[in-house]
Structure formats: structure tokens, C-alpha cells
Design a protein around this ligand. Sequence first.
Ligand SMILES: [Mn+2]
Length: 317
Amino acid sequence: MIWNDLDAAIKANQSFLLSSHLSPDGDAIGSQLAFYWYLESLGKNVTIFNQDPIPAKFRFLKYSDLSNLHKPSNKFDIVIVLDCSNPGRLGWDGVMETAPFIINFDHHRDNTHFGKINIVKTDAAATGELIYQFFVQNKIDFPPDVAEALYTAIMTDTGGFRFSNTNSRVLRTCADLSDRGADCARVYDKVYTSHSAVALTLQAKIWSTLAFYLDNHVCCMNMPLSLLNKLGAQYSDSEGMADYTITATGVEVGIMAKHTDNETHFSLRSRGRIDVGKIAQKVKGGGGHSCAAGCTIPEPYSQALIKMLKIIKKVLD
Ligand SMILES: [Mn+2]
């Protein structure tokens, strides 16, 4: 049983590094903080390092101030990589040299099983849900702060319980997390309705780029990354905009593009019929879930968009 392997590996080792993907989201962060608590409670030495900073909206979570911005130079017994489908998505090099033992804890279906232990369950709504299952199966009694971190992980990866990965198991898990002290209204308020004035201004600019293609089956918005500097906004202030691209009836694929002069990153969304993970995989390095995926085309936005629309058109036809 995989939980026993995990349990044994943790018990046999002392120093741990926790890390997750670039632009960490609620699941990446909530999962790390919950696991940080667990390892700390066992008396382990635990370091958290993420290539990108924790967005302000998640800093209400306990331990969120412990994520290092600089890669530790020392070696660890184990690196636990959470919510990250392959080492490239970490955004930092040398994970295999950082520790002799990698634990890969994830729910992305394009996960490359790069760990010595791979806990990859693609039917889980969030990595946080897997950690919850580990805690419950091992009868680990976790405090309200940890329940709140796991609740945040699941709430954000289900788009606030709106996406098709929301099911009765997920809701029962969240009900239990509420019983254990997660404050649902507080988490919602912190994550979804605590924008700064600058963030809303940025989002208004992004909305103004709204365009429809392929007989209105595709909705697209875009943001030049230079806009962030111009407004004094953070990258994370634009998070969540991709989800609005599939709110128009008739739209099958939503595109949110973020671009520099020579590179365009696409976040893709689907209402369910089209598998955007497969669309993203047609671009080198791309991938993701069937309803939310991403890829990068090393070309200016206008050219990259033409390529992306060509790929989508083939799938729609
Ligand atoms: Mn996730």
C-alpha cells in the first residue's frame, strides 16, 4: 500500500524539502503548508522553497511566511514535490541532485512519475485531497489551521466548487474540514474577494481585450506582461481571469494569453466537451487537466494565437 511506503520513508529520514510548481496556486500552497505541519509535528527538519513567491491572497494561511525565495544550498534526505506534474514545472534545476529520494505527490494526469515514491491519483480534485486521505487513513489528528490549508487547496482547484471535478466525495471531505475548524467564509473572502485596487484595474484592462473566434466557440483575452510594471501589479493579480473566458454561452474553449515580445503563454479552459489538456499537449512542454491546461509558444502573441486557433479549429471540426 502506497501510504505505508510514504509513512516508512518519512519515519526513516530527517531532513525534508517541500516544493511545488511555478506560480503556486491554492492547491500547491495549501498542500505544502499542511505537509509542513505534519513533518514538523514529527520533529523533522523541514524547509519550504518555491521558485515564485506565495501570492498575497494566500498569506492568511498559517506557515505561508515560511516559503523561502532562495534555493537552499544544502542537501536533504527527501524532496517532496507537491502538485507538480514534472520536475521542469518546478522552475528550478537540480531537484534530483538535491536529495537521493524524491516523493511525488500529485493529481495531474500528465505526471511523469519522476519520484521514488509516486502518489499520483488523477481522479483526485486536488493534491490537498490526497493529503487529507493520507492524514485520515493514518489517523493523524490535524488542527484547524491545517484543515483550512487543505480546504483552500480543494476550494481553489475546484474553482470554488464549480468545476466538473466537484463531487460528493470532495464535498464530504470539505464538510469534514469545516468540522475540523476550517472557516469556509473566511477562506472564500481572502481568496476571491480581497483584490487590491491595482489588481482590479489590471483585470479591467484584461477584460478590454475580450475577443471571440471560430464562430464564437472560442473566447480569448490577453495581457502583455509589460502591463504589470506599468500598473505596479503582481502576476498573481491576473490569476483567475482564464476562468472568465468560458462563461459565455456557446463558447467551448477559453484562452487567456500572457505574453512578452517573443513568447506567449496560453491558459486554456473548457466547458467540458473539449479536452484542452490534449490541445495543450500538441505544443511542446504543454499539458494539464481536461478542463484547465496550459502551454507556451515561443512566438509573439499575434503569431502564437494564429497557431493556437489552428490547433483548436482541428479539434472543434
Ligand atoms: Mn492541483
